[in-house]
Design a protein around this ligand. Structure first.
Ligand code: KG4
Ligand code: ZN
Length: 357
């Protein structure tokens, strides 16, 4: 397999996954390694920021050794460094970004401070078979669903305009919170999805939130409260999750919850279309893009309306560094670079260069 330059080392430590990847100039993922910290956070039911940053420091030597070994690329053969700048947990971001800045400075390599969401929104163009990434079109729409974001963007020539974002809980976050309320172990989102898969949503229809001002923004706190009330009702009848087994009424409730959560996403896509902004191509990404019903429903919607869909492969849906190196490559092609001595990690970071409504 011929490798193209520049070879980019990506580093991603924005939350609780320690990730490194090597991507070549054609966007081929030569290796992508993700070390999760599930056992360290599980006793607390969610991510503990202080633990996450310490674990990143502890995990990095093994993660970087693995990525060099798997890719067959040595640090000497790397032509550029990319690291996530934000948004995310500040202590976690600082570990990966500082590593990246130091490596780039010490070895005098081009450096890219990448926005985490930019990593996600280009990730559906990556391939899992080692082939070159698809060239993103000049203009496309992107839906990102993760633990921190539910957002719709229009990407034009590298500029990212926000069309809709979450006003309260994000899509993945509300799955985590409902799972936690039921006593499920961390990370709850994938488990809730799995239990919902066994339930029947037809008995209870939960409402799909819309913003009264007519905006396309997302809101999940109402659905969260409705679902919590239903959980309380079941608990009064002594019905709940035992271990990881959900009795049929709980599975049915989770199926109704998931159906309403996904219906809200489809509602926004549909409204976008009816407002005459139908996407030619829609990229769907983010950790919660692993959701099975969401995947089925966006596929159905895209086919029905003749929209070209790029649904992120499961391998790259959760946080990973291949998406960070890939986004850096796209920036590099546009001639954008950052000064490793000047960039700062930011827990909140607008999508550059400007977000517009
Ligand atoms: O992108 P990601 O790895 O981290 C953030 O940037 O937030 O997304 C993680 C989020 C978590 O909230 C997790 O519970 C959720 O994605 N998630 C899911 C599923 N798999 C992961 N939510 C619903 N259904 C899933 N199958
Ligand atoms: Zn993410």
């Amino acid at each position: 397999m011929s490798r193209q330059t520049p070879i980019i080392l990506g580093i991603e430590t924005s939350c609780d996954d320690t990730a490194a990847a090597v991507v070549d100039g054609g966007g081929r993922v030569l290796a992508s390694v993700v070390s999760r910290q599930l056992e360290s956070h599980r006793p607390f039911g969610g991510v503990v920021p202080e633990i996450a940053s310490r674990e990143h420091l502890r995990n990095w030597p093994a993660v970087s050794a693995a990525v060099f070994e798997q890719s067959g690329v040595s640090l000497d053969a790397v032509d550029g460094i990319a690291a996530t700048q934000g948004p995310g947990l500040i202590g976690s971001l600082l570990v990966g970004l500082s590593l990246g800045r130091a490596l780039a400075y010490a070895r005098d390599l081009p450096f890219h401070a990448v926005h985490h969401l930019e990593g996600h929104l280009y990730s559906p163009f990556l391939r899992t078979d080692g082939g070159p990434a698809e060239q993103p079109p000049t203009s496309f729409h992107a839906l990102v669903v993760s633990g921190g974001h539910t957002a719709l963007y229009r990407v034009t020539g590298g500029r990212v305009a926000t069309l809709a974002e979450t006003r309260d809980d994000a899509f993945g976050e509300v799955f985590d919170k409902i799972g936690k309320r039921l006593g499920l172990r961390y990370p709850q989102g994938p488990l809730v999805d799995e239990l919902a898969e066994r339930g029947d949503p037809s008995g209870l229809r939960l409402s799909v939130a819309r913003c009264s001002d007519g905006s396309l923004d997302f809101s999940y706190s109402g659905l969260k409260s409705q679902t919590q009330l239903e959980i309380e009702r079941l608990e009064r009848d002594q019905i709940g999750v035992v271990g990881e087994e959900a009795p049929p009424p709980v599975a049915d409730l989770l199926a109704s919850f998931r159906a309403a959560a996904v219906a809200q996403v489809i509602d926004r896509l549909d409204r976008l279309r009816r407002e005459g902004q139908a996407p030619d191509l829609l990229s769907v990404s983010g950790g919660a893009a692993a959701n099975r019903l969401l995947r089925r429903e966006v596929e159905r919607w895209a086919t029905e309306h003749g929209v070209a869909l790029r649904l992120v492969p499961l391998e790259f849906s959760g946080d990973n560094a291949a998406m960070i190196a890939h986004a850096a490559l796209i920036r590099e092609r546009r001639g954008e670079r950052d000064d490793p001595l000047r960039v700062e990690a930011a827990s909140r970071l607008p999508l550059s260069p400007a977000t517009a409504r």
